[in-house]
Design a binder for this molecule. Structure first.
Ligand SMILES: *[C@@H]1O[C@H](CO)[C@@H](O)[C@H](O)[C@H]1NC(C)=O
Ligand SMILES: *[C@@H]1O[C@H](CO)[C@@H](O)[C@H](O)[C@H]1NC(C)=O
Ligand SMILES: *[C@@H]1O[C@H](CO)[C@@H](O)[C@H](O)[C@H]1NC(C)=O
Ligand SMILES: *[C@@H]1O[C@H](CO)[C@@H](O)[C@H](O)[C@H]1NC(C)=O
Ligand SMILES: *[C@@H]1O[C@H](CO)[C@@H](O)[C@H](O)[C@H]1NC(C)=O
Ligand SMILES: *[C@@H]1O[C@H](CO)[C@@H](O)[C@H](O)[C@H]1NC(C)=O
Length: 515
């Protein structure tokens, strides 16, 4: 969740002047022709590992231990508090790919991080899903099925020690009248920015903080996150829940009350819904209330937010809402929804949710194959009354138009294909993921790594933004790899009985009931 700045949500959903690429191009010819001698899944998995190693080498040479590589200029940036975000986010992917040298470079480094100080604003949410989750996942693997990859056991113990150190530094965020945390923190003076918090930023802590409590034995971490979450599970005022289970986006930290009634499965809201069912996967005995809220949200989504574009009634998208009014607009970020419905359907034994998830997965696939690059856009719409003049033909043909053509190395579409493949065994989803990987690998590669691009509907991507996000390592390359890789206990289960559950940044945790 993805995801990932919460602020992206509502702001980008308000249609304003975006640069619209010119219409039509079909799926790139190369992708159609290639099918004749398609490589084996083992060869595909190895190709993804090669891309991971190219990205890591560029980062290690020019940016480590800073947060991100700027691949065009061979420079670095520190957008995540300068604690080495790409290194920590890459750990669980290096583990599942069994790249022992990289695993040890990362776990040698992690004990040296000082999580108690930083000069820049700290996001409780981003820090939790990337750093805390990256270390806890590494700990679960290295004390479990991949323990032979660690050269030094002390570095494994340090993953839990550093998780505790980080959580202790963050925990003052929860010292509010309601227990709903502040999200934006200043460690230097233990203050915050005073702003309201968001649905995803409050509702995407509970898996990580509960896992930390279970591993460390300090139940305070779980209590803090679950107290904040309790206001989301029992939303007030009633008007903030326009349909059962579907709630607003902004929460007053003093009162714990919602400030609006708008939202959806989009950025800013997304992983709150994602975690309702994932908590049940993590521990069905402790989190059945969360599952009940997920079922309400899922049923309301199917009943009230389902939308079929006028020129392409065969496609299914999920609309955004303000009260009970719908906006026909969505995002790359929201495309995790298909995978989440599939996971819920498998875990609850309800084919209806799996089928609905598969229809969403197919809709997001269309946003990829319609563009000049074979990569889907950041924001898209399908309101017949709002089609940009120069995308009329594109809309008639494809059933959506592009509102923001950026691609910033996001994972959600491929993530959902991964769940679709695990649930159905249909190799079509492996082919979709391979085609997307080839398109991304060809279009975003530049200089010493891979970069965000400006325009998915211009051949070549319309220019580079010179930024390699840490979730490129954590998510995109992990899902591209796992969908082709052989069976392993950490793969999403085929039958709904999971031994591991993936956080929103794709860091797998061992589930409580199997530990
Ligand atoms: C489409 O129209 C928008 C808005 O007027 C403009 O910014 C964009 O450059 C146009 N795109 C093309 C490819 O002509
Ligand atoms: C448990 O964690 C809380 C929150 O960071 C901390 O205040 C407390 O001291 C910890 N308890 C122990 C026994 O370490
Ligand atoms: C705390 O520090 C931050 C960043 O240095 C600053 O913007 C903020 O105003 C300070 N807050 C207080 C309450 O001093
Ligand atoms: C949150 O609620 C408190 C107490 O009612 C109020 O003083 C404050 O203005 C509210 N903040 C926002 C952002 O609405
Ligand atoms: C929903 O649409 C109706 C009719 O256009 C309008 O009166 C109402 O204010 C809208 N509600 C919200 C929450 O935007
Ligand atoms: C992926 O991109 C790299 C860098 O351009 C290239 O060397 C490699 O051949 C590409 N892989 C595939 C499978 O196309």
């Amino acid at each position: 969740m993805v995801r990932r700045t919460a602020a992206i949500a509502i702001a980008t959903l308000v249609p304003f002047a975006f640069a619209f690429p010119h219409s039509p191009p079909l799926a790139p010819k190369a992708l159609n022709d290639r099918r004749y001698d398609s490589p084996s899944t083992a060869e595909r998995a190895q190709a993804v590992i090669n891309t991971f190693r190219i990205s890591w080498d560029g980062y290690y040479k020019y940016a480590f231990p800073h947060d991100e590589l700027l691949p065009v200029t061979n420079d670095f940036s520190d957008s995540r508090n300068a604690w080495g975000a790409s290194a920590v986010d890459a750990l669980s992917t290096a583990l599942v790919m069994q790249q022992k040298d990289i695993v040890n470079q990362i776990i040698e480094y992690i004990p040296t991080i000082d999580y108690t100080t930083t000069a820049t604003e700290v996001s409780l949410f981003e820090t939790t899903i990337r750093y805390l989750a990256g270390m806890l996942s590494g700990y679960d693997f290295l004390t479990g099925p991949l323990s032979d990859l660690a050269e030094n056991k002390d570095n494994v113990d340090a993953l839990l020690k550093q998780s505790i150190s980080l959580a202790n530094a963050l925990s003052y965020a929860f010292e509010t009248p309601s227990g709903v945390p502040w999200n934006n923190l200043f460690f230097n003076n233990r203050s915050n920015d005073g702003s309201a918090n968001g649905l995803a930023t409050v509702g995407t802590l509970v898996l990580e903080w509960t896992r930390l409590a279970d591993l460390s034995g300090n139940t305070t971490y779980a209590s803090l996150a679950q107290k904040g979450e309790s206001y989301l599970l029992n939303p007030k005022p009633a008007s903030s829940e326009p349909w059962p289970g579907l709630v607003g986006s902004s929460i007053n930290v003093t009162t714990g009350e919602f400030l609006d009634a708008s939202g959806g499965w989009v950025g800013g809201d997304d992983s709150f819904y994602e975690y309702l069912i994932k908590m049940f996967v993590y521990d069905s005995s402790r989190f059945s209330t969360y599952k009940d809220r997920w079922v309400l949200a899922a049923d309301s989504t199917i009943a009230h937010l389902t939308s079929h574009p006028q020129p392409r009634p065969d496609l299914t998208f999920v609309a955004y809402y303000n009260g009970q009014n719908l906006s026909l607009i969505s995002q790359h970020l929201a495309c995790f929804d298909g995978g989440n419905f599939i996971l819920g359907g498998q875990v609850l034994g309800k084919q209806e949710y799996i089928d609905y998830g598969l229809s969403l997965v197919a809709g997001c696939h269309e946003t990829y194959i319609a563009t000049a690059t074979g990569i889907g856009p950041e924001v898209f719409g399908w309101d017949p009354a709002s089609v940009p003049a120069n995308q009329t033909a594109f809309f008639q043909k494809n059933g959506f138009y592009i509102l923001n053509g950026n691609y910033i190395l996001r994972p959600e579409v491929i993530e959902s294909w991964y769940y679709a493949f695990r649930a159905t065994g249909d190799t079509k989803y492996q082919d979709w993921a391979w085609d997307a990987y080839l398109a991304i690998n060809a279009t975003t590669h530049v200089g010493s790594g891979y970069s965000s691009i400006n325009d998915v509907n211009v051949a070549g991507g319309g220019g580079f933004q010179d930024f390699q996000e840490s979730f490129w390592f954590a998510e995109v390359l992990k899902y591209c790899y796992l969908i082709q890789a052989e069976e392993a206990e950490w793969q999403v289960a085929k039958d709904g009985r999971n031994s591991w559950v993936f956080n929103t940044e794709a860091h797998p945790f061992k589930v409580a009931s199997s530990s």
